[in-house]
Ligand binder design. Structure first.
Ligand SMILES: [Zn+2]
Length: 499
């Protein structure tokens, strides 16, 4: 007999709502039969064989027992949650139950017309056990599980997530809320005898922020000082690429201004969203400006003052990065393999988990693990192009070969999988089957806005320029030596970033 029940269900699968007394009786009966059979054999005189058989049987009988009990159970609820061990009736052998560690409990608080209780998901071994920990009774827990099955992904439950149960004055549960984060909230509400589940729409407020600063030591440092964060270096480098080289032309005393949306829920800041306009005033190159033109909510491109897209329709850097750790180089000495090997892409150093976006509209051709590339995504685009994103820590949910993607759509997260010495994105590009330098290739003259959109663009630009001009710069001492290049965050550094 194996670890599987006769119905073929592996025994580590949770058995929903197996009734303990019933199961114990069954185990007891099984044992009684074993003992009886053992006695008969003893009587025949096969003492040694009987003992051996009885021991073996004693070990296997309990694992076979849940199956008959299962027939009497309500239809098992398939919740798609695969806990590491059996969450249900563990103590088949009558031993101590593996008690799930006590969930965080908050005493019921009085609310108009009833009470509300909040619990952490804690160490519950599945969604349904968590519901019973939170105080829902068996039937309610089943109904809530069913109501939320297609609404939320139970595999993403985490110990710190909060569950709230609201009861009416009679103590009947009326509403269940699952709060994974400030933006990810799910609820199930009782309607007569049914429970209806849905994702709660959390309105995100967008507040326009106007920030500026003076470069003293580095652009990243100045951005940080202005409360924008270093990751915005990438936006500057990317947007003004081809017009300004942040590696060699940055000088102390250069200034920048940014108009950006801060996304908030109540008093809680979620971070920065769309950058509407950026400006860099270089002592070497003069004034650089770019203005965001939204094509679809959350999508678009920067345009220069003539209405030309700065990226030629591509997202040249498909993430917010810290610095380039290895440029495209057909004759690179490989830092680990110590031989000349082409570096067929650009390595962008960034933290694990930083979102990676599709560089352009296209179709997923591959999403999976592939040798030294680690977790790899490749996309096919119009014009004979294919783009590659390697070493990802994980993929965007639902990403699969054959699926269409749009520019700036999330495809995965920065990681260090495959042959990699640290977290970075390897971004590669093929044109007609040959690797090309994405830095050069995607920097061609951008698409001009259609003539019909120019009038609107001009008035929008005038307004944004007015807003930019009104940003006051902090009164800092400009760098003393204006000819000393400020160390730039965009400097390519050899940090052993690989392939
Ligand atoms: Zn690379």
């Amino acid at each position: 007999m194996s670890d599987e029940t006769p119905s073929g269900i592996p025994s580590h699968r949770p058995l929903p709502s197996v009734d303990m007394p019933l199961l114990r009786d069954h185990v007891r009966q099984t044992r009684r039969r074993s003992v009886l059979a053992g006695s008969v054999l003893l009587a025949v005189g096969l003492v040694a064989a009987a003992l051996a058989w009885w021991r073996a049987d004693d070990g296997t009988a309990p694992s076979a027992s849940p199956a008959p009990a299962e027939a009497a159970l309500p239809v098992p609820v398939e919740v798609g949650f695969t806990p590491p061990v059996d969450a249900g009736p563990a103590p088949l052998d009558g031993g101590a139950a593996a008690t799930p560690s006590a969930p965080l409990r908050v005493e019921p608080t009085e609310v108009p017309g009833g009470t509300r209780t909040t619990h952490a998901f804690g160490q519950a071994l599945g969604f349904r056990p968590a519901l019973t920990n939170a105080g829902l009774e068996g039937r309610e827990a089943d109904a809530v599980t069913v109501a939320l099955t297609d609404v939320m992904d139970f595999r993403r439950c985490r110990p710190e997530h909060q569950m709230t149960v609201e009861r009416d004055a009679d103590g009947r549960a009326q509403r269940f809320e699952y709060r994974a984060s400030i933006t990810h909230i799910y609820e199930a509400v009782r309607r007569d005898d049914r429970w209806i589940g849905r994702r709660v729409d959390v309105p995100v407020e967008r507040l326009r922020r106007a920030r500026g600063g003076v470069v003293q030591n580095s652009l990243g440092g100045a951005l940080e000082q202005a409360g924008l964060g270093r990751s915005m270096v990438g936006t500057f480098v990317d947007t003004f690429d081809g017009r300004f080289d942040f590696n060699t032309e940055t000088r102390g005393g250069d200034t920048f201004r940014v108009l950006v949306d801060e996304e908030r829920i109540g008093d809680h800041s979620l971070g920065f969203g769309t950058v509407w306009a950026i400006e860099y005033r270089s002592q070497r190159r003069g004034l650089l400006q770019a203005f965001w033109v939204e094509t679809r909510p959350g999508e678009g491109d920067f345009h220069d003052e003539t209405g030309r897209a700065v990226h030629g329709g591509w997202l040249r850097t498909p993430l917010r990065f810290d610095h380039i750790s290895s440029p495209f180089n057909p004759r690179r000495m490989h830092p680990v393999l110590r031989r000349i090997m082409p570096h067929n892409g650009i390595d962008y150093a960034a933290g694990v988990g930083v979102p990676v976006w599709a560089a352009g509209d296209g179709t997923v051709t591959f999403a999976g693990e592939r040798g030294a590339n680690g977790n790899l995504v490749s996309l096919r685009h119009d014009g004979g192009y294919e783009s590659f994103y390697a070493h990802l820590s994980r993929f965007a949910p639902g990403l699969a070969a054959g699926r269409p993607v749009r520019q700036r759509q999330l495809i995965g997260y920065v990681g260090s999988t495959g042959r990699s010495t640290g977290p970075h994105l390897h971004f590669g590009l093929k044109r007609n089957g040959r690797f090309v330098d994405p830095g050069r290739e995607l920097n061609g003259p951008g698409r001009a806005l259609p003539a019909a959109q120019m009038a609107r663009f001009r008035s929008q630009m005038a307004r944004l320029r007015g807003e930019l001009a009104s940003i006051e710069l902090p009164d800092v001492q400009a760098a003393t030596d204006r000819e000393t290049p400020a160390p730039s965050d965009a400097t390519p550094r050899d940090e052993g970033g690989m392939d």
